[in-house]
Design a protein around this ligand. Structure first.
Ligand code: GDP
Ligand code: MN
Length: 396
């Protein structure tokens, strides 16, 4: 789960990371009031969306009066910002007003979980403000990595070494090392999956400040971090994914036109590959999990259809703990309750498969069945192509 910049800054400040003074607003009037509250003579008005790269697309505006602040906020509210990280765009409903900082140096500081070493890894660079992916591709030598031993934590000497490696002045070393370790404590204590301060800036008096901050959390740990779970902002999520997640279903939205209902992530990956191989494009995949009841299958089926991009549906179940007869019952139930206008291809294998196939055959529903995954993929791709041609012919 991702959270907003202002939320990340509040969390980090609680752990002792210096951040600029700022206030959140939901309207232009409130934004100018916040500017007065924050004080000073210049402010930065920042669109709060779950994406970086806002600066490049007008999502970060420098202002010199409270009127300018109100105008900048007015321009941002309700706007869909299309960034490099979120090409489809994210809508702005909250704006953060911050005292403007005078930047002397921009650095990069991040914390990630490195799956290869199974360790939390700190990544830093003297080249801040640039996207880390870009840096890793164009100038990997500029990245400094520090591996954290879980039993020891982020040790002071490691933090100091990092500060020296970034070329910080002696008067900045202690401040930097405190900041790094505070950020690490926040990451570890809150079950974060990623933390990024980009840029981390050096300002007047050799102080360091987190000018931009981003954090995301392990969804599987949210149950023990209710305060973090509260920070969720649905307006920033893919509505297809949150709709399914609310029903306890694992759903991934893609950009093709074939809706997929599958059991297990491994089979889902294989199915997506087979669809691609047959020349088609998946719109999504929904994992019904293990031991899915007919009701759960029905809800899953409805969630797949909920996606407006779906033109055909493929159900691919290799039942172990699952039962093909329950899956079939769920599908029949879906046809009974929803007006299903789309072609549906079903491939069932495993536990209670005869019973499952019998239920589908006896239902008299226009369901295309397949015995193997390869056959199912070919049939569903053919159905999608027929649909596309028919739409082209009727001009719809
Ligand atoms: P992002 O584009 O979404 O990553 O948003 P950032 O918060 O990182 O802002 C983008 C850029 O705007 C930063 O890299 C800075 O160069 C600039 N910026 C942001 N806040 C300030 C500020 O207070 N003062 C100045 N001078 N520049 C700022
Ligand atoms: Mn940034």
């Amino acid at each position: 789960m991702d959270i907003h910049e202002y939320q990340t800054k509040e969390l980090l400040a609680g752990y002792g990371v210096p951040v600029p003074r700022g206030g959140l607003s939901y309207s232009p009037e409130q934004a100018s009031y916040r500017a007065t509250e924050v004080g000073g003579s210049s402010w930065v008005v920042k669109a709060q969306i779950h994406s970086g790269g806002r600066g490049e697309v007008g999502g970060v505006k420098l202002c010199h009066s409270d009127r300018e602040v109100a105008e900048a906020a007015n321009e941002l509210f309700g706007k869909r910002l299309r960034t490099r990280q979120a090409p489809a765009g994210k809508c702005v409903y909250r704006v953060y007003v911050e005292e403007a900082s005078e930047i002397k140096r921009e650095l990069y500081f991040g914390i990630v979980l490195d799956r290869a070493t199974e360790r939390i890894t700190v990544v830093a660079s003297a080249e801040g403000g640039v996207e880390i992916e870009e840096l890793a591709a164009n100038n990997p030598g500029a990245l400094i990595r520090t591996t954290i031993e879980p039993a020891m934590g982020f040790l002071e000497f490691q933090a100091r070494e990092l500060a020296f490696a970034l070329g910080l002045a002696p008067s900045q070393i202690a401040k930097a090392s405190q900041l790094f370790r505070a950020a690490y404590r926040a990451f570890r204590d809150l079950d974060a999956a990623m933390l990024e301060i980009n840029p981390l800036v050096v300002v007047a008096d050799d102080d360091l400040v987190a000018l931009d901050a981003k954090m995301s959390f392990d969804d599987n740990a949210l149950f023990r971090r209710p305060m973090i779970a509260e920070l969720r902002d649905r307006s920033q999520e893919d509505p297809r994914e949150s709709h399914a997640a609310d029903r306890g279903l694992a759903y991934v939205g893609l950009d093709g036109d074939i809706g997929c209902m599958i059991n297990g992530a491994g089979l889902a990956m294989a199915t997506l590959d087979m669809i691609k191989l047959a020349g088609g494009n998946p719109a999504n995949f929904l994992d019904i999990g293990g031991g899915a009841s007919p009701d759960r299958v029905f809800k899953a089926f409805r969630s797949v259809l909920h996606d407006g991009n779906v033109k055909v549906v493929l159900v691919n179940i290799f039942a172990g703990i699952n039962r093909c007869d329950w899956v079939a019952k769920g599908i029949v139930e879906a046809f009974a309750q929803i007006d299903v206008q789309l072609p549906v291809v079903v491939r069932l294998a495993g536990t209670h498969v005869e019973e499952g196939r019998r239920l589908l055959a006896e239902s008299g529903l226009p369901i295309v069945t397949a015995d193997t995954l390869a056959a199912a993929a070919e049939k569903v791709v053919a159905a999608a192509e027929i649909g596309t041609r028919a739409a082209a012919a009727t001009g719809s």
